[in-house]
Ligand binder design. Structure first.
Ligand code: DGL
Length: 260
């Protein structure tokens, strides 16, 4: 069984890809909806929250964990790997590899939360693979609240204006590839594409799911997905069904994450 977690609903981008590739996998998803966003917090707090998230997933007996969160992957993965005896995968390596493969002009844009951009994790990973690639990074802190509050429609004017505001440097840089370095961002990818037409967008959650199955043998199961959240069940359920385009049924439960 695979455990997947994020600060909220961004990690569903990974779930969507896992279901597409391995529909029989059993998955436990945790979305920390009561404490989202993580990306505006200090590294210490991100590590503390991430350890609690992993402890919760381990209590469900998962065999491997996918951190479907750019912020946690960029700031806490080495601590998590040191502290917990379970295979742990993040989004940074997978997305950086894909960006290097996709770029033709050698300019890659990176967007993410404040904590992710501050860590420079994606840019460092890209340079490790190919030091000739130029990177341009911009934090987009308003994107997560826009997604969590449902401002996701392709024609949403507020989201479009916010994209124009944040993406001007990336546009100017001429980047032909953009890492959506926070797993919430693919949910507004159609709006981002309107502002940056023709630019390759990398869905980090989906990319990490692809990479997970290159490393871990599918475990098989009955395709049962249990969703756990740390805040209101009904609002998560509605948003999740809209995004996943499939019912989540009665499989959404509330957890007191502070206990872990
Ligand atoms: N999905 C998280 C990420 O990938 C959201 C960030 C947040 O909670 O601020 O970074």
């Amino acid at each position: 069984m695979i455990g997947v977690f994020d600060s909220g609903m961004g990690g569903l981008t990974a779930i969507k890809q896992i279901v597409k590739m391995m529909p029989n996998e059993d998955i436990v998803y945790f979305g920390d909806t009561g404490r989202v966003p993580y990306g505006t917090r200090s590294k210490d707090t991100i590590i503390k929250y991430a350890c609690q998230d992993v402890r919760f997933l381990l209590s469900k007996n998962v065999d491997a964990i996918l951190i479907a969160c750019g912020t946690v992957s960029a700031n806490a993965i080495s601590v998590l790997r040191e502290q917990f005896d379970v295979p742990i995968f993040g989004v940074v390596e997978a997305a950086a590899q894909k960006a290097v493969e996709l770029t033709n002009n050698g300019v890659v844009g990176i967007i993410g939360t404040n904590a992710t951009v501050k860590s420079d994790a994606y840019a460092l990973q890209i340079k490790k693979i190919n030091s000739d690639i130029k990177t341009v990074s911009t934090p987009c802190p308003l994107f997560v609240p826009l997604v969590e509050n449902g401002f996701t429609n392709e024609d949403n004017e507020i989201t479009r204006l916010t994209c124009e505001h944040y993406l001007s440097d990336i546009k100017e840089s001429g980047a032909d590839t953009l890492i959506l370095g926070c797993t919430h961002y693919p949910i507004i990818a159609p709006v981002i594409s309107k502002v940056l037409p023709g630019v390759n967008l990398i869905n980090t959650g989906a990319q990490a799911a692809v990479r997970l199955f290159e490393k871990v043998k599918p475990m098989g199961g009955n395709g049962i997905i249990e969703y756990y959240v740390s805040d209101d069940i009904a609002s998560f359920k509605a948003a999740a069904e809209l995004f996943l385009e499939m019912p989540v049924g009665d499989n959404v439960f509330k957890v007191d994450i502070e206990k872990y």
